[in-house]
Design a protein around this ligand. Structure first.
Ligand SMILES: Cc1cc2nc3c(=O)[nH]c(=O)nc-3n(C[C@H](O)[C@H](O)[C@H](O)COP(=O)(O)OP(=O)(O)OC[C@H]3O[C@@H](n4cnc5c(N)ncnc54)[C@H](O)[C@@H]3O)c2cc1C
Length: 507
């Protein structure tokens, strides 16, 4: 239980999506909040940067809740992210080109997807049908917005309850099945590998099923303009509600007195007191550095010892004086096989996955295209390399050169059209957002922790009063919607603890 907070002051660490949303809901409920952010821009991981007239977008591929019919859309309206924003919906999630010239496409329309997969690999009819059935099961979980008629909402709710009763066990089975386990059921090697690697091998399958369900119902659109305009919209909403953001202020310690959080100390030594402290920053640093590991228990230690992280990335942004009209728009890009395996960073790669932004003209000057490439990598490899800054920079240059050479295999002539290339590593993600080991989305949902879907993680730490956490480190699976929901859940809880009615508003 929180103490009764007298003067309503709240300090929030981090101006990512979760921190800004916590500030927004705090302001809506009469708290006097201020955010301390170590970077000089809002958004945390939801970010993009400019290089030579191109925008490199490091986050948004799809935003769950983009449909005005969806319940999540109501929340996006509260925090001011969807107003005036245009979403587009692609026919493809991604496609995979094979060495023998075939193309395996993951369509966003389920019927089309089913037909194509069955044509691509008739021998896999059984697991394909199970996959499609799994996606259809998730359709009933998409709950409607307030703006949908009461009768329709009730119908949808009853169908959810009915679906739960009918499919509860199947749902649990999907939660306990990893992408890697499921992929083993496929005979076609291309399809098998695609299912294993499209997300991550150890990821629980239900996440993939839900994503395809959202894509099918056009509730996971791409916002034109990309990530940074959304972060700016969130920042504006917070400032309009009277919030204060202190940029370039890194929190070093969370201050406590008698097992109660009392404020923060910055790395410049300045201290700020408050009645409530909320950390929307990295979980590891919050618990083990800012609080020196004084408020943990076996459960928390086990989480940080054993749970799987979204892997760190080598993230490459490019600007090319070329159009790609022959490549269809897609949510996540396409991949093509290399003539022979090549080492990129710490390991051998057999394919390149390319995400073109030709669906968003704001990302590149007229007639040109922005693109990104991502590779899973090992944090320790980069950490070690970073000890010798020259070697680190040389490795980044080498990767940039290798990528251009390899793209030449698929797009002859491209090397003379590359106008910009920018290589980010796990150390870049860590430096700019503080995320532990450069992880880009916090905890994976795996069979070992899939119970968090039903029973969310705790937003408090054992033995510490007036302190809370929100964001991707207490919401396995991460993502922008969960950041908002996490902050909303938290402020609702704080209001309840103080006997106040939780209020929200929409502009
Ligand atoms: C390549 C990529 C693709 C993605 N694609 C999608 C997608 O398509 N859809 C989707 O929904 N999500 C996507 N995500 C995930 C999404 O971006 C994150 O899950 C989400 O932004 C996390 O928000 P957060 O507020 O919890 O954390 P963060 O964004 O990490 O925010 C934490 C903030 O705290 C600040 N901070 C940390 N330590 C301190 C300190 N000591 N003092 C002060 N400030 C501090 C950081 O600077 C940061 O601003 C993607 C992420 C990446 C990297």
């Amino acid at each position: 239980m929180a103490d009764i907070h007298n003067n309503n002051s709240v300090v929030i660490i981090g101006a990512g999506f979760a921190g800004l949303a916590a500030g927004i809901y705090a302001q809506m409920n009469g708290y006097k909040s201020q955010i301390f952010e170590m970077h000089d821009v809002p958004g945390g991981l939801c970010t993009s940067w400019k290089r030579r007239g191109y925008t490199i977008d490091a986050c948004i591929h799809w935003l769950v809740g983009s449909s005005p019919e969806a319940q999540m859309h109501d929340l996006w309206e509260e925090v001011g992210v969807v107003q005036g924003r245009e979403f587009i919906y692609m026919d493809e999630y991604m496609h995979i080109e094979t060495p023998d010239g075939r193309t395996l496409t993951f369509y966003t329309d389920i019927d089309r997807l089913e037909k194509h997969l069955l044509e691509f690999s008739p021998v896999d009819a059984e697991p394909i049908r199970d996959f499609i059935k799994g996606i259809r099961m998730c359709l009933s979980f998409d709950q409607p917005s307030k703006r949908v008629s009461w009768a329709k909402r009730m119908m949808k709710r009853s169908s959810l309850i009915f679906s739960f009763m009918r499919n509860g066990k199947v749902f649990q089975q999907w939660m306990k099945t990893t992408a890697s386990d499921f992929a083993k059921r496929f005979k076609n090697p291309v399809l098998r590998r695609a299912l294993e690697e499209m997300w991550l091998p150890e990821f629980s399958m239900f996440f993939m099923l839900f994503t395809f369900a959202y894509l099918h119902t056009k509730n996971a659109g791409y916002p034109l303009g990309g990530s940074m305009p959304m972060s700016k919209a969130l920042e504006k909403r917070y400032l309009d509600l009277g919030g204060i953001i202190n940029y370039n202020k890194r929190v070093d310690k969370i201050l406590t007195d008698n097992d109660s959080a009392t404020g923060i100390r910055l790395t410049d030594g300045k201290e700020y007191s408050s009645n409530i402290v909320i950390s929307a920053a990295d979980g590891y640093n919050t618990i083990f550095k800012m609080l020196d590991g004084r408020y943990t228990d076996e459960k928390i230690k086990e989480i940080y010892d054993k749970w799987h992280l979204f892997p760190p990335l080598i993230f490459i942004g490019m600007g090319v004086n070329r159009k790609f009209d022959e490549i269809p728009f897609s949510v996540s890009g396409f991949s093509f096989p290399l003539e022979k395996p090549v080492v990129i960073g710490d390991r051998m790669r057999e394919r390149l996955s390319v995400h073109l932004y030709h669906h968003d003209p704001s990302m590149a000057p007229e007639g040109r295209t922005a693109m990104t490439l991502m590779f899973e990598t090992d944090y320790d490899y980069w950490k070690k390399l970073y000890e010798n800054r020259r070697a680190y920079e040389e490795k980044k240059d080498e990767i940039a050169k290798t990528i251009v050479d390899l793209l030449e295999q698929r797009f002859p002539g491209i090397s003379s059209q590359v106008e910009m290339i920018d290589v980010a590593t796990p150390l870049t993600f860590e430096r700019y957002t503080g995320n532990w080991k450069g992880s880009f989305e916090g905890w994976l949902i795996t069979p070992d922790n899939s119970n968090v879907v039903m029973k969310p993680m705790s937003q408090t730490l054992p033995g510490l009063r007036n302190f809370y956490m929100c964001g991707q480190w207490v919401e396995p699976g991460g993502g922008l919607p969960t950041g908002i929901m996490s902050a909303r859940r938290l402020l609702k809880r704080i209001c309840k603890e103080e006997g106040k009615k939780f209020r929200t508003a929409t502009i």
